[in-house]
Design a binder for this molecule. Structure first.
Ligand code: KG4
Ligand code: ZN
Length: 343
């Protein structure tokens, strides 16, 4: 079964074809990052218009890469939410129209389910049930994944998402958007012990997250300390030390909450996905923690951590195979859609 996956929930147009016998056979991605970078964040209307421009040529390229014609496909999977409504509607309109025109079944995929299933594109992959830490620009969730479509949210963020905290801190330090990877790069030159940033919600029981206090603490530190910098070199070092201290506080919080959830649920496999799962320090920290506490961590390869079409194609293919699809004749987009509503 060959499934075309379409992702357009935010600022990436991702198209891929997943073959249930051969695996991923084509994968194309167009990132709008440059378009939005000048505004320091995603401009929804520009995002929708750019998806309109790119989506059909990308579908053609993906078919060429797979050496397939549209008529060789067996189904269409597209992201129906959560995300920016205009951006989602582009993918939903194209996905559903293609399915109607080709007389194929279509499936609406939850973007975060796509992130969870991205790990299953790897050869060394987890088996259900497992625990999942979903860390992206919009979400920070600990999810008990029982099976495809069966999710129980164990912990959510009360305010900012982890990726959002990275992006806001990066913006404050004058780094480009989206700032997660720039903070990680800068942190390599920093002293993580110079400032001791708070570990939010660590001394309370439970699995909830909160990053806005840490963000404020980081801002206050930057504003106070930069006044004392005498030259460009000192300011540069200050930025690197703040990036390192901030990153350590976020990663420490995420990994300790994962350990807490592992102990609470008894799972021995942990999947980490979403844009922040590209963070090398997070990857190393969880691998080390797993060795000590007897659990295994699974990450998607770097290109499938951030938004892409492959994760939607594989999640859609699993839904078709397991017959977990809702047949309807509607073009729908759900800007807000909780994962546990799928269960
Ligand atoms: O999953 P994603 O592509 O989009 C959403 O669904 O939100 O995640 C994007 C987020 C951004 O906040 C970005 O700064 C963050 O992932 N990110 C990182 C790294 N690479 C991307 N955060 C920390 N370290 C990284 N290496
Ligand atoms: Zn995402």
């Amino acid at each position: 079964m060959r499934i075309l996956g379409i992702e357009s929930s935010c600022d990436e147009t991702g198209i891929a074809i997943y073959d249930t016998e051969r695996g991923l056979i084509a994968d194309q991605l167009y990132s709008q990052i440059e378009l939005h970078a000048q505004y320091g964040g995603v401009v929804p209307e520009l995002a929708s218009r750019d998806h309109v421009r790119k989506i059909v040529p990308l579908i053609r390229q993906t078919c060429e890469e797979a050496k397939l014609k549209l008529k060789d496909l067996d189904g269409i999977a597209y992201t129906a939410g959560p995300g920016l409504v205009g951006a989602l509607l582009v993918g939903a309109c194209v996905g559903k129209s293609l399915a109607w025109a080709l007389d194929l079944p279509a499936v609406e995929v939850h973007h975060m389910e796509g992130h969870i299933m991205a790990t299953l594109l790897e050869t060394d992959k987890p088996e259900f049930p497992f625990l999942c830490l979903l860390v992206s620009g919009g979400h920070t969730l600990l999810v008990d994944v029982q099976a495809l479509g069966q999710y129980k949210i164990l912990g959510d963020t009360l305010d900012d998402a982890a990726g959002e905290a990275f992006d806001k801190t990066a913006k404050m330090l004058g780094l480009p958007y989206p700032g997660g990877k720039y903070i990680a790069e800068l942190a390599l030159q920093g002293d993580e012990t110079r400032f001791n940033f708070p570990r939010p919600m660590m001394n309370r029981p439970g699995l909830a997250f909160s990053f806005s206090g840490l963000k404020t603490h980081t801002r206050v530190t930057w504003e106070q300390q930069k006044e004392q910098g005498n030259n460009e070199e000192e300011i540069q070092q200050l930025k690197a030390d703040i990036a390192a201290g901030f990153q350590l506080a976020v990663i420490d919080t995420l990994s300790k909450k994962c350990l807490r959830a592992i102990k609470q649920t008894g799972h021995t496999e942990l999947v980490i996905s979403g844009g922040v799962s590209a963070n090398t320090f997070l990857r190393e920290t969880l691998h080390k923690l797993g060795k000590k506490h007897h659990f295994r961590s699974f990450f998607p390869s770097l290109k499938y951590c951030t938004d892409n079409g492959a994760m939607i194609a594989v999640a859609g293919a699993m839904r078709f195979q397991n017959k977990v699809i809702e047949q309807n004749n509607l073009i729908r987009a759900f800007p807000r859609w909780s994962l546990d509503q799928l269960s």
